[in-house]
Write a protein that binds this ligand. Structure first.
Ligand code: AGP
Length: 612
């Protein structure tokens, strides 16, 4: 996600802001920029560039920015490709205001339309730019603080912003709703940042802005108010983290941080796509018209690794909600197969990075045959995004850990929404039926938070099994892919041989593996195949297999079959993969961490497999 840093005080700020941006690189980004108020000319000068911060640094070396009050930003593109125009900071029509933003403005299209009608000129494709024009609109006979306050009350969605203006050059204003923002308190100087990492070099005295709070900073003052303008007393805290820890926001590994980010990401995704009240689902960048979707007779999902497992869950979802025959294939097989696809086939490519060579090769061939390609992808502007007919961005933010966690559940969530969207278009589900599904789906983030409350005990349970030499993961129906994903998570970060299997296949071979030296993770949540899973558990117990069961809370039968049980809240079977994923991720994480493995950068693996 994007990174913000701001400075106000007596020092020249270019070097301070650049150091801060470098500290924020870990957050992942695809462009960066800086704006500083030049006191001599009393105007704002800006430098922006796509790519790495060193490109911006070269620009600054050629044309340095003089001045003190300044803001800077690393952008992770969500709306608009990663280029110079879309990079932050963004300015108003008269270049008197400059703003940086982290988050997603859900009502930006409507606001942009109104502002253009009022004569505002936009230069970028970003959602962010509407904020600075709103401030410009309200700045007429108002202070900067009042104009910012009025503007943010118009915004729906998540934001953390930093704002400066040549009209009030001694002020730096910040505000947050849904995205983190902190204040750094220095000696006769103050800072704004997305997280402490950016300013730990300058100060460890921090104020964490609360939800819907705003701050007005000068070199020697700090005033925090709520969005209604009422002053809020804040107690500064002293950060004890070092830089490395701060980048993981106190988590030991990025993977653990990303596991814990999942509820918030899914909540934001659903809020930005489901219209309140009507339940209508909107995919602004889908770009495949409804008639083309209506003509779809079959679906082919292609992906690799974890994304492939998301696609397998997608098969169950699409066939259940849309009654459309859906196949799933690993991209490396799909690309060499005689593709039985045609104009009535929708190819769905799933990829976190959007750069996976096999998946790209597969969709290129599919497009040559005339199939429509829809991609579910986490990186705006990636090759896959640019080459697809339609896109659903997962907005999971940069996934730093090589083992995919938050991207996986974001992909599965996108598949649920797309399935309901398609079912509406093809009139297979009524709006009432879709709304009932959506009501269930919108409970998932809170239920995931319930599970995460017990991550300590889940970790202990996992560690009790970290000595075992191999693992078998069993699941049925929509949680068969969950079993495959759980096994992949474990093997790729702990290097323990782990195999996922359809539980119904046990008698056809895998049962020969069962003995007291092997752990068997059984996904036995409430479902129409629950009794079948109980039979599997009995078979495993009879052969002294070490069972770890994942079950539905208040299931009292499971205790007859297993002692090591991880409970998840009760939810519709259709949505259970979004809950089951968390214990599976935590089991893998804690075993790998206990074994001293390099959890975030496992041996032999890359985050994106850009070669065959
Ligand atoms: C998952 O934990 C792995 N890192 C890997 O299997 C990954 O899912 C696969 O390489 C696909 O990557 P993509 O989603 O970027 O296409």
């Amino acid at each position: 996600m994007c990174g913000i840093i701001g400075y106000v005080g007596p020092r020249q700020s270019q070097g301070i802001l650049l150091t801060g941006l470098k500290r924020l690189e870990y957050r992942g980004y695809d462009s960066s920029g800086m704006a500083v108020i030049n006191p001599a000319k009393n105007r704002i000068s800006t430098r922006k560039s796509p790519g790495k911060i060193r490109v911006l640094e070269t620009l600054l070396n050629k044309k340095p920015l003089q001045g003190s009050t300044g803001i800077a930003h690393t952008r992770w593109a969500t709306h608009g490709a990663p280029n110079q125009i879309n990079a932050h900071p963004h300015s108003d029509c008269k270049d008197e205001i400059s703003l940086v933003h982290n988050g997603i403005i859900e009502n930006y299209a409507q606001l942009k339309k109104e502002l253009i009608k009022e004569g505002h000129k936009f230069s970028s494709q970003t959602d962010t730019e509407v904020i600075v024009h709103l401030i410009e609109k309200y700045l007429k006979n108002r202070s900067l603080e009042e104009a910012v306050r009025k503007a943010i009350l118009k915004i729906e969605g998540s934001f953390a912003i930093g704002v400066i203006s040549s009209l009030e050059p001694d002020k730096l204003i910040g505000a947050r709703s849904g995205s983190p923002l902190i204040v750094g308190l220095g000696r006769e100087e103050n800072f704004l940042a997305s997280d402490a990492t950016a300013i730990l070099d300058a100060t460890k005295d921090i104020i964490f802005l609360g939800e819907k709070e705003m701050v007005v900073l000068t070199g020697d003052s700090c005033k925090v108010t709520d969005f209604g303008g009422r002053e809020v007393k804040k107690v500064p805290v002293k950060i004890k983290w070092d830089i490395a820890q701060a980048q993981k926001q106190g988590y030991r590994h990025f993977m653990l941080k990303e596991i814990n980010e999942q509820p918030g990401i899914i909540r934001a995704f659903l809020n930005s796509r489901i219209q309140k009240g009507s339940g209508r689902i909107n995919f602004e960048e889908l770009a495949i018209c409804e008639d083309a979707l209506k003509s779809i007779r079959n679906i082919m999902i292609v992906a690799c690794g974890t994304a492939y497992h998301a696609g397998m869950v997608g098969k169950y979802i699409l066939e259940s909600a849309c009654s459309i025959p859906t196949q799933v294939d690993v991209s490396s097989e799909f690309r060499y197969r005689d593709m039985l696809i045609d104009k009535e086939t929708l190819v769905i490519a799933i990829s976190q990075s959007g750069e996976t060579a096999d998946t790209l090769a597969g969709i290129r061939q599919a497009k040559q045959i005339g199939a429509k390609v829809l991609s579910i992808c986490n990186v705006v502007g990636s090759t896959l995004v640019r080459e697809s007919d339609g896109i659903i961005h997962t907005h999971a933010g940069p996934e730093i850990g090589v083992a995919s966690t938050k991207a996986y559940t974001a992909q599965v969530t996108a598949l649920y929404l797309f399935a309901f969207y398609l079912a509406r278009i093809k009139n297979i589900l009524s709006q009432a039926q879709v709304n009932k599904y959506l009501e269930e789906l919108q409970k998932i983030p809170r239920q995931q938070e319930e599970i995460l409350k017990f991550q300590g005990s889940i970790g202990k349970l996992a560690q009790r099994h970290s000595h075992l030499g191999s693992f078998l993961y069993l699941g049925r129906n929509i949680n068969f892919p969950s079993a495959l994903e759980g096994a992949l998570k474990l093997k790729e970060i702990s290097y323990i041989p782990a195999e996922g299997y359809a539980a119904g296949e046990m008698k056809h071979g895998p049962i020969a593996l069962i003995d007291e030296y092997r752990a068997v993770v059984c996904i036995a949540c409430e479902s129409h195949v629950y009794e079948k899973m109980i039979s599997n558990l009995q078979e495993i117990r009879a052969r002294k297999g070490k069972i770890i069961a994942i079950a539905t809370k208040a299931d009292d039968k499971i205790r007859d079959q297993a002692r090591e049980i991880i409970y998840v809240p009760r939810c519709s079977e259709l949505f259970s993969p979004l809950l089951v994923a968390l214990p599976l991720q935590l089991i893998a994480y804690h075993i790998a961490a206990k074994r001293g493995c390099d959890v975030d950068q496992p041996r032999n693996l890359a985050k994106s497999v850009t070669v065959e």
